[in-house]
Design a protein around this ligand. Structure first.
Ligand code: ASP
Length: 440
């Protein structure tokens, strides 16, 4: 029998997990899921996080030393950042256009607003987001820049501070170039071999993915307790999902026109990463899989994927910025319509761009940064908890969807940058058991 493709196995795992979650909801089995099922999802995410830092270090150091030329690093850096900013701006403009056209927030019945307010205004989730946002806001203007430069790389690795690890890897890679090939070779060989090992770890961890997504999805489903409120927010949710789909369409256009590849081929190859992004709501946790798919299945050389993808996971969040644009205007339409001016929307474009760069690649980070977007346009602080309460009930499913777009955007840009630098080749996928016969 032909082996079922990985993405189908993951999809089956997800569907069964959703069904199981609903059954458990119906029979009050939420505690069973939390105690006995959810931990397997956590183990899977832990394993992915475990290999993210060694993977970035190994592939970036090896990749940069392969470039053989410092000016190519500058070229790659500038192109990457330029395309990232451009795609994020497209995302925000799409988001703002949709929410202004559809106006999902106007005419929301007062009793619905009251009901949502009552249920979520003092919810621990909402207060937690507000607290995190105020901690972020208190930092000085150059703090984000200072944070890129580590003082202790082991600390950075322990905290999984992506940009610090990337900076260190680039620094080491450039110095390897500067000391000359002969002296650099032993260290490059070590990182090359480490890279192969970590890639193999990804293959092995992915064998567990269909079971893990079962656990993750069941755990998400048991968290939805009030579906009546969910239904009331459908129009807003559809705006976000519609915008995200348009964004995927935009990427596919780029793949076709500039990448000269078929969008179906691209989606087929990248789908396991997208499905994991959906199940985990975290681009950082998905990163090792994104890197494996992009390198081995799309054919992007590691010097490009090793730089573009980790940077993208941290600073390029098109799905998140599209969502922030829609959510900010939606909240204003419902509770602060007088703030809906053209100039405020321009400020939203700028702050949503910065906020998506500043958002951590973890679940719900986009909602924390939404607070900062709202504050930048003078949103009345006393209305903030109500604003967040309004969108809180549907935030998790929307987070899952926007994370898919964040990951797809990173993969698309890495392919475009690779193409423009002549670093896109025929893919050579490796299986977990390529060498198994020889060692079993
Ligand atoms: N969960 C998103 C990510 O990891 C960030 C967000 O929009 O909350 O990409």
């Amino acid at each position: 029998m032909k082996k079922l493709a990985l993405h189908w196995k993951i999809i089956i795992g997800m569907i069964l997990g959703i069904i199981f979650g609903f059954i458990m909801n119906a029979y009050n089995g939420q505690k069973f899921v939390t105690d006995w099922v959810a931990p397997f999802g956590t183990i899977f995410i832990n394993l992915l996080k475990l290999i993210a830092v060694p993977l970035i270090l190994a592939s970036l150091i090896k990749g940069i030393s392969d470039l053989k030329d410092i000016s190519k690093i500058r070229d790659m850096g500038l192109r990457t950042i330029g395309i990232y900013i451009a795609t994020t701006l497209v995302a925000i403009v799409i988001g703002l256009s949709i929410v202004n056209l559809v106006k999902p927030g106007t005419g929301m019945p007062q009793d619905t607003i009251e009901k949502i307010k009552l249920k979520y205004e003092n919810d621990a989730g909402v207060t937690d987001k507000l607290m995190k946002a105020s901690a972020q806001k208190d930092a000085g203007p150059l703090q984000a820049l200072v944070d890129i430069f580590p003082s202790n790389i082991f600390q950075s690795m322990a905290d999984a501070s992506m940009l610090q690890v990337i900076f260190f890897a680039l620094f080491v890679g450039i110095c390897l170039l500067l000391i000359g090939e002969k002296k650099a070779k032993p260290m490059i060989d070590i990182f090359d071999s480490l890279n192969e090992v970590v890639m193999k770890m990804v293959d092995l961890i992915m064998l567990f993915a269909p079971y893990a997504v079962f656990a993750l999805m069941a755990n998400v489903i048991i968290a939805f307790d009030d579906t009546t409120i969910l239904a009331k927010l459908l129009q807003y949710a559809f705006c976000v999902v519609g915008g995200l789909l348009l964004m995927i369409g935009f990427y596919m256009m780029l793949v076709k026109i500039y990448g000269k590849k078929s969008p179906m081929w691209f989606l087929n190859k990248i789908s396991p990463a997208q499905l994991l992004a959906f199940s985990t709501s975290s681009s950082a946790a998905t990163l090792p899989v994104t890197m494996e798919r992009v390198e081995e299945h799309l054919g992007v050389d590691k010097e490009v994927s090793g730089f573009v993808l980790p940077v993208g996971a941290t600073v390029n969040m098109d799905g998140t910025s599209l969502y922030q644009g829609i959510a900010a205007v939606f909240i204003m339409q419902v509770i602060w319509p007088e703030g809906l001016t053209f100039s405020n929307q321009l400020v939203i474009i700028l702050t949503a761009l910065l906020a998506s760069i500043g958002s951590a690649a973890v679940p719900s980070a986009g909602m924390v940064m939404l607070v900062i977007v709202l504050e930048s346009i003078g949103f009345p602080p006393e209305l903030l908890p109500i604003g967040l309460a309004l969108i809180f009930a549907v935030d998790r499913p929307l987070d899952m969807c926007r994370t898919v777009v964040n990951v797809t955007g990173d993969a698309t840009v890495s392919m475009l940058v690779a193409k423009s630098l002549g670093k896109l080749h025929d893919p050579k996928p490796k299986e977990w058991d390529d060498n198994y016969e020889a060692v079993k």
